[in-house]
Design a binder for this molecule. Structure first.
Ligand code: PBG
Length: 333
């Protein structure tokens, strides 16, 4: 039996430590900082234009020139990293997904433009075939099945093109088996041994990705569901096995996704491995909070801070969040 740490009332009045802002500050256990933020942004073709995403109020798709400008502003706000997601027109999607590893595709041009405009911000990418895939899946579909090993070969090509373009952190979000090891080996062989990998290690088959699929134009394309590769929301031990495997294969950082409904997973992962652990507060979580705030049902700034603080309390080192610039502004006061 552990020793009790609290004396019985009235010796211990736990309210004593809460009685003033100064005392609350002294005993505060976690802090939320601009350093914790990775900002996901949506890139589209064109020049000097943006497009609102109706299910994500305040979030827009941006052309490459505007993404570069946004990256400079993010850098000035002190945000350490930006994460790119391309919007590919329905007509450009193919079965062979060749756009995914084109050195001059939208993402790779955006990486270069950001590196030019804001060399101090780390650029993270997404590695998965879904933006380029005619059927909306993260892997190749053969006879109705999402095939693993052929997909991994394509993901390796995609990773190399992103590393070549100057990406700092590669983010495989596809959930195929063996892709971290394959990407790591290829990066080493190509002289990109210093490029980091943040594995979407515990990525659940979640309905909270809905607005994101609108944002990248994948909602209409997706045939069926992602249940044969993304995780069952009922599972927890499996997340630890996935994280362990991805770390063994060479991931530098791991991610749990979605965030708020999976804080228990964040805590277990951090406690077990102590590795740099991130959560993705996904599009649906953002949409929920924003919808309630816009209706006047919740205080938007307060739930933003409270929801992001929860990730730090759960053991995360950082958070991918669409609130990044808004939180940075709020924290910079
Ligand atoms: C694609 C990908 C998804 C997200 C990030 N990368 C969607 C999916 O797996 O269908 C979701 C992000 C969000 O909802 O904010 N592989």
């Amino acid at each position: 039996m552990p020793m009790p740490t609290v004396a019985p009332f009235p010796a211990a009045r736990l309210r004593r430590n809460r009685r003033s802002p100064a005392l609350r500050a002294l005993v505060r256990e976690t802090a939320l900082s601009v350093d914790d933020l990775i900002w996901p942004v949506f890139v589209m073709e064109g020049k000097d234009a943006s497009h609102d995403i109706s299910s994500m109020p305040g979030v827009q798709r941006l052309t490459v020139d505007r993404v570069a400008k946004a990256a400079r502003e993010a850098q000035d706000l002190g945000i350490p990293a930006i994460c790119l997601f391309p919007y590919i027109d329905q007509g450009e999607k193919t079965e062979d997904c060749a756009g995914a590893w084109d050195p001059d595709n939208l993402s790779n041009r955006a990486i270069r433009a950001i590196k030019d405009a804001a060399p101090g911000i780390a650029v993270m990418t997404d590695i998965a075939l879904d933006p380029y895939n005619i059927n909306g899946h993260d892997g190749f579909v053969v006879d109705g099945e999402i095939v693993n090993d052929a997909t991994v070969e394509a993901l390796v090509k995609m990773a190399l093109a992103q590393a070549e373009a100057g990406a700092d952190i590669l983010g495989p979000s596809d959930m195929m088996d063996g892709r971290i090891g394959a990407i790591r080996t290829a990066l080493e062989a190509a002289g990109h041994q210093n490029v980091s990998i943040m594995s979407y290690a515990a990525k659940y088959a979640s309905a909270f990705y809905g607005p994101f699929r609108d944002a990248v134009g994948a909602s209409g394309a997706l045939k069926g569901d992602k249940n044969t590769y993304q995780m069952d929301p009922a599972n927890s031990d499996e997340a630890l096995r996935l994280v362990e495997r991805d770390l063994m294969e060479g991931a530098d950082m791991v991610m749990v996704k979605p965030g708020m409904p999976y804080l228990d997973i964040c805590r277990r992962v951090k406690d077990r491995f102590g590795a740099p652990t991130f959560a993705y507060q996904v599009s649906g979580e953002y949409a929920m909070l924003m919808a309630a705030a816009e209706n006047g049902w919740l205080d938007g700034d307060k739930v933003m801070v409270e929801s992001l603080m929860a990730f730090k309390r759960a053991g995360c080192d950082g958070i991918l969040t669409y609130f990044a610039p808004r939180l940075a502004r709020a924290l910079n006061g």
